[in-house]
Write a protein that binds this ligand. Structure first.
Ligand code: FAD
Ligand code: DHB
Length: 411
C-alpha cells in the first residue's frame, strides 16, 4: 500500500487535514485506532474561533455548523459577586465565536469523507499505528543537504483486522493526539518537550437543561473556578474546578448543581440560578500545558494535540489543531503544485509562534480564574485586581478579546 501523505489519527486534526489535501488533489490515507462511534461520541471542546468556522465552511463541512452553531458576541466574567460582559466585535475587529461541539465537527467530516465513492480519501477505523520509520532528514553525506526532506520513504507499521500491515508514504503527519506514537518517534536529540502541570482538574458535565444565560460565563469564586457553556438551546455544558485525582463518583448530581450555583452566585439580592436537568455525561479532566519543538523532523510533521496541549480555560485546543492543519495543507498544496518546499520548511516555526501565544493565553486564563491549593489571600487579591482591570479598561479587555476570538492564521 502506498500514498502521498499518511495521516495518523482521525480526530479533528487528521480528518480535516485529509479533507483539505483531498480537495487539493493530494492523495492521503487516515489510520484511526478507535472505531467510528467512539470517535464521534468523545466529549470534548465546543468553542470555535471565526477562523476555525471559516476553514470548515471553505472545505464544505460548514452546512450544519451554519444552521446549528450558536454565534456569540462575547463572554461574561463573574468575580467578586458581579458580572461583566466582554464584547468581542467592538474590541476585536468585528470577530465573533461559535458554539458547535467537536463531536459534531467530527461527525460532519467523517460523513463527508465516507460519502459516495469519490469524495474522500481512505479512512480506516480500527487501524492502530505501531511505529513510524524512514522519515529522518537528509544529511550532507547522503548528498541531499542537511535538513532537506531526505531520500528515505517513510513507512507506517499498523494493525488492521488482526493483521500487521505497512503503508508507504512520501510524508507522514502525526495527528494522533497527546498519547499517540508520532511524537515519541522523534529522536530524543532532535526534539524537546516543554511541559507544565496544574494543581487542579475540571469536572465536566453535559445536562439536558436549557442554558441559564445566552453567554459563556467564566466565574472566579473563592470556592474555585466554574464555567457555564452549552451545546444547544436545550443542552448545557458545565465545568467545575476540582482537586487533582477527584473521583467523579464523589459528585452526585445534586452536589454538582449546588456547587455550581454557589460559584456562579451574584451579590446583592440577585437570585440567579442555573437551570437543572438530568446529567447525561460526567468526567474529570486533568490540565496540562505541553509543547514539542520542532513540529517537523524530515518527512514527519506533527499537528494538533500530538504537538501541543493547553489547559482548556479559553478553549484553544481544538482551534490550534484546526489552524495547524490549515497551514500545513496549504504548504503541501504549494509543494504539490510548484515543487516549492518553502512553506513546508517554515511550518514548524510559523506555527510555534502562534502555539506559544495560545499557550500563554491559556495559562493566563487558567491561573487568573482558578484557586490553587496553596494560594494565599494576597494571590487572590492579585487575581481580582487583574479581573477588575479587564472589566474596566478597554486596553486590558482588548487583549483578552483578541486572544479569545483568535488571531489570523498567519502573521
Ligand atoms: P485528538 O482529538 O486527540 O485525536 C487524535 C486521534 O488519534 C484520536 O482519534 C486517537 O484515537 C487517534 N490515535 C491515537 N493514537 C493512534 C495510533 N497509534 N494509531 C492510530 N490512531 C491513533 N479543548 C477545548 O478547546 N475545550 C475543551 O473543553 C476541551 N476539552 C477536552 C477534554 C478532553 C478530555 C481532552 C482530551 C481534550 C479537550 N480539549 C478541549 C482539547 C481538544 O479536544 C483537542 O485539542 C482536540 O481534540 C485536538 O484534536 P486532535 O485531532 O489533534 O487530537
Ligand atoms: C468550552 C470549553 C472551554 O474550555 C471553554 O473555555 C469554553 C467552552 C465548551 O466545552 O463549551
Amino acid at each position: 500500500e502506498e500514498t502521498t501523505v499518511g495521516i495518523i489519527g482521525g480526530g479533528p486534526a487528521g480528518l480535516l487535514l485529509s479533507r483539505l489535501l483531498h480537495r487539493s488533489g493530494i492523495d492521503n490515507v487516515v489510520l484511526e485506532s478507535r472505531d467510528r462511534s467512539y470517535v464521534e461520541q468523545r466529549q470534548r471542546a465546543g468553542m470555535l474561533e471565526q477562523t476555525t468556522v471559516d476553514v470548515l465552511r471553505d472545505c464544505g463541512a460548514g452546512a450544519r455548523l451554519a444552521s446549528e452553531g450558536l454565534v456569540h458576541d462575547g463572554i461574561e466574567l463573574r468575580f467578586g459577586g458581579r458580572s461583566r460582559h466582554i464584547d468581542f466585535p467592538t474590541l476585536a475587529d468585528g470577530r465573533r465565536v461559535t458554539i458547535y461541539a467537536q463531536t459534531e465537527i467530527v461527525k460532519d467530516l467523517i460523513a463527508l469523507q465516507l460519502s459516495g465513492l469519490s469524495d474522500g480519501a481512505p479512512l480506516l477505523f480500527g487501524a492502530e499505528v505501531r511505529s513510524v520509520s524512514g522519515f529522518a532528514p537528509g544529511t550532507e553525506q547522503d548528498g541531499t543537504g542537511a535538513g532537506s526532506p531526505g531520500p528515505q520513504k517513510p513507512e507506517l507499521q499498523y494493525t488492521y483486522e488482526g493483521r500487521e500491515r505497512v503503508l508507504r508514504c512520501a510524508f507522514v503527519v502525526g495527528c494522533d493526539g497527546f498519547h499517540g506514537v508520532s511524537r515519541n518517534a522523534l529522536p530524543v536529540s532532535a526534539a524537546h518537550t516543554y511541559e507544565r502541570d496544574y494543581p487542579y482538574s475540571w469536572l465536566g458535565i453535559l445536562a439536558d437543561a436549557p442554558p441559564a444565560c445566552e453567554e459563556l460565563i467564566y466565574a472566579h469564586s473563592p470556592r474555585g473556578f466554574a464555567l457555564h457553556s452549552m451545546r444547544s438551546p436545550s443542552v448545557s455544558r458545565l465545568y467545575l474546578q476540582v482537586p487533582n485525582g477527584t473521583d467523579p463518583g464523589e459528585w452526585p448530581e445534586e452536589r454538582i448543581w449546588d456547587e455550581l450555583d454557589a460559584r456562579f452566585a451574584l451579590g446583592g439580592d440577585s437570585d440567579w440560578r442555573l437551570n437543572r436537568g438530568p446529567v447525561t455525561a460526567k468526567a474529570v479532566l486533568p490540565m496540562r500545558s505541553s509543547v514539542t519543538e520542532p513540529m517537523r523532523h524530515g518527512r514527519l510533521f506533527l499537528a494538533g494535540d500530538a504537538a501541543h496541549i493547553v489547559p482548556p480555560t479559553g478553549a484553544k485546543g481544538l482551534n490550534l489543531a484546526v489552524a495547524d492543519v490549515a497551514v500545513l495543507a496549504r504548504a503541501f498544496a504549494r509543494y504539490h503544485a510548484t515543487g516549492d518546499t518553502g512553506a513546508l520548511d517554515s511550518y514548524s516555526a510559523d506555527r510555534l509562534r502562534r502555539v506559544w501565544r495560545a499557550e500563554h493565553f491559556s495559562y493566563f486564563m487558567t491561573t487568573t480564574l482558578h484557586i490553587s491549593p496553596d494560594q494565599s489571600p494576597f494571590d487572590t487579591r492579585l487575581q481580582l485586581a487583574q479581573l477588575e482591570r479587564i472589566a474596566s479598561s478597554r486596553t486590558a479587555a482588548t487583549e483578552l478579546a483578541e486572544n479569545y476570538a483568535g488571531l489570523a492564521l498567519v502573521d
